[in-house]
Design a protein around this ligand. Structure first.
Ligand code: UGA
Length: 431
């Protein structure tokens, strides 16, 4: 999010300087190399560095003093109990305060529980009582895999500010976008902080709703894809984020949901719906594993191929990846697990050393007893099914993302396990 914000802000015409506590990242960036994969990032990074609007410095002192606004984009990882760990936010605030020559607007972009900005404000004031800082909240709604598009063409921009000066600076930062008609929602700081958690928790809830429906459809022999189409055609519900599968993952939903639940509990409000969302998410993974076990009878010693290891397509991010969670479970059951991902192979291997990596989908399928679709990368849609099947020992496909067409799978002779839909189209089911 930090790097995407740097590039996007530079593209909007601002002078941007970015820093990070990891010197290796800064060295890579100064060389014009992006430390992770994100569509378009490499090109935009080169473009903005060449324009002279974007540079990187090794320390806060290199980037903070002349800034009018400072974005804090650090991670807020989960603690063992599920709370958001805000140590990096505090450290950043201290770094900013110590490096500043004058007061400026400090923008909290990291996802944090409501009330954090007040802590940031106190920290800044304690460190530098001689300077006047403003703190504003500006939660980010970008999605990995389409981060630049989301940052440059957002559905809306959210700004929480408790002072006219903070609001003024934020309006000017985002003027290039608001001029194009993109709505700037202005609220108080706590509301903005809370709204971000509310959005992520609700999106996770939609996915879990679809995943629970998928289970019900499997028992009722109905088709979840059609059910969510019907639901989604009602504009009050909307079709997005109703895609059933082996569950949501990534660095945002699991941790934000847990942090939001911990936050509400501390306020004295029990919100068990949030825990239920997480439970259904785990159930979706278990259900996928159950299909593998059902297909293979004994998993031990069998070769299971995973297509897709990133937590979703378009990224090399494997944090909280359902595919990797499945890999770990299969390894624990004694399976030989081989995986292929267009971008995330290395990261996956570092996380699950027992995972074998294949150079492509066909190589992954070679001598496999079962193939599981874990991430719906576009390139998997056009795989040659005949070639895939002939590479496998057993023609079994567990489709954790409903990527394939049941009819095509049946015609190709696969034993096919989709998610929440009948494995065969009605005319091939018999009586
Ligand atoms: C999510 C939110 O969508 C962003 O708005 C937010 O800014 C971001 O978290 C964040 O807080 O930083 P992201 O985690 O990048 O973005 O990815 P999503 O596209 O939301 O997908 C999250 C997970 O849900 C993935 O594992 C994806 O496969 C899964 N998913 C998504 C489904 O299983 N079904 C769906 O219908 C949609």
């Amino acid at each position: 999010m930090g790097l995407v914000t740097c590039v996007a802000m530079a593209r909007l015409g601002h002078e941007v300087a970015g820093t990070d506590t990891d010197p290796e990242k800064i060295a890579e960036l100064r060389d014009g190399r992006a430390p992770f994969f994100e569509p378009g990032l490499r090109e935009y990074l080169a473009e903005q560095m060449a324009s002279g609007r974007l540079r990187f410095g090794g320390r806060a002192r290199d980037v903070v003093p002349t800034a009018e606004a400072v974005f804090i984009c650090v991670g807020t990882p989960p603690t063992a109990a599920g709370d958001a760990n805000l140590a990096a936010v505090e450290r950043s605030a201290i770094d900013v305060a110590r490096s500043a020559d004058e007061g400026m607007v400090v923008i909290e972009k990291s996802t944090v529980p409501a009330g954090t900005a007040e802590r940031v404000k106190v920290t800044l004031a304690r460190e530098r009582p001689d300077l006047e800082f403003e703190v504003v909240s500006n939660p980010e709604f970008l999605r990995e895999g389409r981060a630049l598009r989301d940052a440059l063409e957002p559905h809306r921009i959210l700004v929480g500010a408790d002072s006219p000066r903070g609001l003024e600076v934020m309006r000017s930062v985002y003027e290039p976008l608001s001029k194009r008609g993109i709505r700037l929602i202005e609220t108080d700081i706590r509301t903005a902080e809370l709204a971000k958690h509310a959005c992520n928790a609700f999106l996770a809830l939609k996915i879990s709703y679809a995943n629970a429906l998928a289970r019900i459809c499997e028992f009722a022999e109905a088709d979840v894809e059609a059910v969510v189409d019907v639901m989604g055609s009602d504009p009050r519900i909307g079709r997005e984020f109703l895609k059933a599968g082996l569950g949501y993952g990534g660095y945002c939903f699991p941790k934000d949901l847990a942090a939001f639940e911990r936050f509400t509990r501390k306020l004295g409000y029990e919100f068990p719906l949030l825990a239920e969302v997480a439970r259904i998410n785990e159930e979706a993974l278990e259900a996928t594993l159950e299909k593998v076990r059902d297909a293979l009878w004994n998993v031990e010693g069998k070769r299971v191929a995973l297509l897709g290891l990133a937590y979703k397509p378009g990224t090399d991010d494997v944090r909280f990846s359902p595919g990797l969670a499945l890999a770990r479970r299969l390894v624990a059951l004694g399976a030989v697990v081989v995986g292929y991902d267009p971008q995330a192979g290395e990261g996956a291997k570092a996380d699950v050393p027992d995972l074998e990596l294949a150079p492509d989908a066909y190589a992954a399928a070679e001598a496999a007893h079962c193939l599981v679709v874990c991430t719906e990368w576009e390139e998997f849609r056009s795989l040659d099914l005949t070639r895939l099947r002939s590479a496998m020992v057993y023609p079994v496909v567990v489709d954790g993302r409903n990527l394939f067409d049941p009819r095509a799978m049946a015609e190709e002779g696969f034993t096919y396990y989709p998610t929440g839909r009948p494995p065969l189209p009605p005319d091939l089911r018999g009586t």
